[in-house]
Design a protein. Structure first.
Length: 142
């Protein structure tokens, strides 16, 4: 059942109009289940008239395990916070090994939220602005 649920989450995330959408803000909150990351985005969406318009949406990544944010704020200012691309995938362990290899000798216990229970959400900003990599169980958009 988890595989089907992951497939639905991945499909929903990857179908969003990420390219040329803009990151407006983000913040981290703690709750009983762990941490959620909320990113406010001016997101391209189909308007039903065979064209697109930008709408402000909040993307909430739920039950995050690892968040890597590597942003050049001057690059974001020059590029208007514009997103190049975003993708969601299931290879959380492979991505974590690649991205965090420098501190791999010390790893935290995985009992509460193992990486294999997470998806990887990658948001690539227009170069040279940077990227965000979020390991989380789910996301929602409002």
């Amino acid at each position: 059942m988890k595989t089907n649920n992951f497939k639905a989450i991945i499909k929903k995330f990857n179908q969003l109009g990420w390219h040329d959408s803009e990151v407006l803000s983000f913040f981290l909150t703690k709750n009983d289940l762990g941490h959620d990351l909320e990113i406010t985005v001016n997101l391209f969406e189909a308007n039903g008239l065979n064209s697109y318009e930008k709408n402000i949406r909040v993307i909430r990544f739920k039950q995050c395990r690892v968040i890597t944010i590597d942003l050049d704020l001057l690059g974001m200012k020059l590029c208007g916070g514009t997103i190049s691309s975003a993708i969601c995938c299931t290879d959380s362990i492979g991505v974590e090994l690649k991205e965090r290899n420098k501190i791999r000798e010390f790893d935290l216990p995985q009992e509460n939220l193992p990486l294999k229970e997470c998806l990887v959400f990658e948001i690539e900003m227009i170069h040279p602005s940077g990227n965000m990599i979020i390991f989380a169980k789910d996301f929602e958009i409002t």
